[in-house]
Design a protein around this ligand. Sequence first.
Ligand code: CP
Ligand code: NVA
Length: 310
Amino acid sequence: MEQMKGRSLLTWLDFNANEIRSFLELAKTVKAQSRRGELTQRFTGKTIALLFEKRSTRTRCAFETAFGEEGGHPVFLSNQDIQLGAKESLEDTARVLGRMFSAIQFRGFKHSAAETLARYSGVPVYNGLTDDFHPTQALADLMTLEESFGDRGKKKLCYIGDGRNNVARSLLVICAKMGVDCTVIAPESLTPDRALVEKCTALSVASGAKLRFTNNLDEVEGADALYTDVWTSMGEEAKKDEREKLLRPYQVNQALMDKTGRKDTIFLHCLPAVKGEEVTADVIDGPQSRAWDQAENRKHTIKAIMLATL
Ligand code: CP
Ligand code: NVA
């Protein structure tokens, strides 16, 4: 883990498969410790700034509780509280935060803002979601997938819906790195961008992951997991009506779950979910759903990321 110290997590593109595996193993250890009720104080004397331009339930609570219960001091700062590019350059804010905090979490719009914070603060910066990537989510997703199907052997995940959003993009990267087959089922206008597809396709050669991009829902056949996310991500509210029309046929409902031909296919969702849109209530609240384990795993994986890098 020594080579992880001081590193930022902005996207999984910056980490190799062995490193991602070590985060996952640490997350499993952290979860087991939590289940046993072990009390540890591994962040004593440390501080983290939690910067939020967009709303959050899981990410904020995961960072805040994971850091605080280990003796660290998290400070929540929304863009109503600090300058974050208004009245003061982001570079200057980064320099100042780097003098006061051990680490920074950033959730916001532009991915370049996370990069600027990392460049100028001199402390690890964790991307808690930008328009482009949601890496801490993808680690929890993989952990949840492995809890159901083990960490060996081929796995097939189908992501259905808005294939160009932050969650889909991060899943694609982590699957490409870790050898998980990933099929993105989306209308043509919402498939991941060419540059990312090319990068991930190149990565998949080493890992053996099969990546597919299609609008054919029959391709869910044999899938271990069906994954979806909201049709309209934060910041894209103006597109709501258009997305509803475009994505209605891609709703994950019981008929689509059954189309995999397997009774043990699990359902995954990063949450928050709009029940009745991207997923029906019977599926997300039903026996095949692992969405709630996935939400819990956000905390264990985030704690592991901080433990490894701080
Ligand atoms: N999945 C996720 O990032 O949830 P929040 O938006 O509530 O943080
Ligand atoms: N794609 C969603 C994820 C929320 C966790 C969004 O960006 O709003």
